[in-house]
Design a protein around this ligand. Structure first.
Ligand SMILES: [Zn+2]
Length: 273
């Protein structure tokens, strides 16, 4: 027997089943009998069970990556994990880890053919993965907080729960805009506008009017993954679909896109702040 909440509406013409936060809801027209609805739900039992399981898993994952904004907690930035360190200062600030490697690459990239660029990024990626986990864990992300927000632990984490995501969004805006500018000049494509939002299950989008949007949570992913999303969205300025032609465009500027897609499928859910 499947338990469900029944919502009736005189505007509704069809029966529909919804699974939200592990709960089943049936939306029905006023005239349909309860017996008919029960039968309908029973027929869809397998589908419902699958959806409930998926939904519970999503909730678990969200909980697992929910931040408490306390010292020592792990935060990702450009594909590396850092320990949060809270320092006292006269004004709020995050000291973003040095990313001169990225700036150098950006400079060198202008001189490289796209396939060479790709190789260069792959090399960098291998270098990065050789860094030991231990070393990465020792690195800190220092957040400076005015002392007046440090009266209690609750007050501090409440303050940081607003400030840290905002800092990540601004950082994403700065870094991703630079990447877009670089690829836009190489690909000779110009978005009409860039937007940075927090999406639940997408990394970017491109509208018919040429507005390109990015999920700012991407700033936690490695740069080579960010670059893939940038190239993907810019290619939509030429092809507004996911046809073979579209993927050929992507491959022109980002030959190894399959790796980046796979990275997002495997790790995307953990990018939370
Ligand atoms: Zn797409």
């Amino acid at each position: 027997m499947i338990e469900y909440v029944l919502k009736r509406s005189h505007k509704r013409r069809t029966l529909a089943i919804q699974v939200k936060r592990g709960q089943v809801q049936v939306n029905a027209p006023t005239a349909v009998s309860e017996q008919f609805i029960a039968q309908f739900v029973q027929q869809k039992a397998l589908w419902i069970a699958e959806k409930v399981q998926q939904s519970l898993l999503l909730m678990q994952e969200a909980e697992q990556f929910q931040k408490s904004y306390k010292s020592g907690e792990r935060y990702d930035y450009l594909g590396k994990t850092y320990r949060l360190k809270i320092a006292v200062s006269s004004r709020y600030r995050i000291d973003w880890p040095d990313h001169h490697v990225y700036e150098n690459d950006l400079h060198e990239n202008h001189l490289l053919e796209s396939h060479l660029l790709e190789n260069r990024l792959l090399e960098k990626r291998e270098r990065e993965s050789q860094t030991t986990q231990e070393l990465e864990q020792e690195q800190e992300l220092v957040v400076s907080v005015p002392s007046k927000f440090m009266l209690s632990e609750e007050q501090l984490s409440g303050y940081l729960s607003k400030k840290i995501p905002e800092s990540y969004r601004l950082r994403a805006q700065a870094v991703i805009t630079e990447r877009v500018e670089y690829y836009a000049s190489v690909m000779q494509l110009t978005p009409s506008k860039l937007q940075f939002k927090r999406y639940k299950r997408r990394w970017g989008s491109c509208s018919a009017a040429g507005v390109v949007s990015f999920n700012w949570l991407l700033i936690m992913a490695p740069l080579w993954v960010i670059d893939y999303v940038v190239v993907h969205e810019l290619c939509h300025l030429k092809e507004m679909n996911h046809s073979n032609k579209f993927w050929r465009w992507v491959a022109c500027y980002y030959p190894n896109y399959a790796d980046a897609k796979h990275w997002l499928q495997t790790n995307g859910h953990s990018l939370q702040v």
